[in-house]
Write a protein that binds this ligand. Structure first.
Ligand code: PLP
Length: 389
């Protein structure tokens, strides 16, 4: 049976060129970059080359501003805790949004238990943060503002530059979780005035278990992991060289392909959105119609459980998600969908398709053929939907 993968926001396949670049570091080039002999020096060379590639993709002036981590989650934890612990004498207030990934929200909840105050900014019906709300929330105690670049569930791209402008005017640190944006949208940390930016390799055709935090030179931050002196004493533990090399390669590939890919994915995305909304009665798009990630389609289909649609799509060979990968096994409605004003029932009837490199128009046409059939079948079995319509 044909299988179509449409869950690239959960993870992407490792690009063959990335896998090829990584391969030697599992076997013949196995050295520890902290050692002084040839194996170590070679590993160190590969590590620094990868650092330069990651830095280039996000416009970081100095490769040393990139600190490799075990993924996006650690990068977010490092940014928030590192700034909180290092700056608590200056203030104890953090501002974030109500639609962040749990890698930010749950760190904020932890910090609240440790005496920090956190403001969770609301968003509008499309998931956009209003920069005026940021201005209103800032107090003399504010030490950090953390706003995600693009949302993993609904794909909305936030006005990061506008928000950062306000934050930097007040000399407050600005962090952005750019895990879903890096490699897909053009990013320049200087232009967007970010002090900290979290990224993750497995969202841009790199391997899982490796990410990085960009830390602008001069930022007052303490480490999140203590131990050895790796990563310029900012992140202990022997570096995952194979993973980091793969991340570097993925960044170079993204830099080369991004513009072209953004165009083709946006075309496929809009075709899929339009097709679903036109062929399925009582369906709606979640997230901003235009300011959204090129590959993201998130829809709610009234009267049908997201899970039932997913299982039926899987039977038809289509892999999608009913929310974000991290929350799709939880029965609570998505905090992102409820934040944009959707009722818990409608939130439970939502589906996320995220397109990627390997998808084409045929894939979209296939989904547009099978999804309306699935919805019709499920609705005909639902006594509640039948009664209401
Ligand atoms: N932040 C966002 C916006 C994400 O989408 C994810 C993963 O889905 C993460 C953070 C966590 O990244 P990782 O899986 O590399 O820990």
């Amino acid at each position: 049976m044909r299988r179509i993968y449409l869950d690239h926001a959960a993870t992407t396949p490792v690009h063959p060129q990335v896998a090829e670049a990584m391969a030697p570091y599992f076997s013949k080039d196995f050295g520890n970059p902290s050692t002084l002999y040839s194996y170590g020096r070679e590993a160190k060379g590969a590590l620094e080359e990868a650092r330069a590639k990651v830095a280039r993709l996000i416009g970081a002036k100095q490769p040393e501003e990139i600190v490799f981590t075990s993924g996006g989650t650690e990068a977010d934890n490092f940014a928030l805790c590192g700034i909180a612990w290092a700056n608590q004498k200056k203030g104890n207030h953090i501002i974030t949004t109500s639609i962040e990934h749990h890698a930010v929200i749950n760190v904020c909840k932890f910090l609240e238990k440790r005496g920090f105050k956190v403001t969770y900014l609301p968003v509008d019906k499309n998931g956009l943060v209003d920069s005026l709300e940021v201005t209103k929330a800032i107090t003399d105690e504010t030490i950090l503002v953390s706003v995600m670049h693009a949302n993993n569930e609904i794909g909305t791209v936030e006005p990061i530059e506008e928000i950062a402008e306000i934050v930097k005017e007040k000399r407050i640190y600005f962090h952005t979780d750019a895990v879903q944006a890096v490699g897909h949208l053009s990013i320049n940390v200087d232009k967007m005035k970010a002090d900290l930016l979290a990224m993750s390799a497995h969202k841009l055709y790199g391997p899982k278990g490796v990410g990085a935090l960009y830390i602008r030179r001069g930022t007052k931050i303490v480490p999140f992991l203590y131990g050895g002196e790796q990563e310029n004493k900012r992140r202990a533990s022997t570096e995952n060289i194979a993973g980091i090399v793969g991340f570097g390669e993925a960044c170079s590939l993204a830099q080369k392909d991004m513009a072209e890919e953004e165009k083709s994915l946006t075309y496929l995305r809009d075709k899929l959105i339009e097709g679903i909304l036109n062929s399925i009665k009582n369906s709606r798009l979640n997230g901003h119609p235009k300011k959204r990630l090129p590959g993201n389609v998130n829809v709610s289909v009234e009267g049908v459980e997201g899970e039932s649609m997913l299982l039926n799509l899987d039977l038809a060979g289509v892999c999608a998600s009913s929310g974000s990968a991290c929350t799709s096994s939880i029965l609570e409605p998505s905090h992102v969908l409820t934040a944009i004003g959707i009722s818990p029932e409608v939130a439970h009837s939502s589906l996320r398709f995220t397109l990627g490199k390997e998808n084409n128009e045929e894939d979209v046409n296939y989904v547009l053929k099978v999804l309306p059939e699935i919805v019709e079948k499920l609705r005909s079995m639902s006594p509640i939907y039948q009664k209401e319509k």
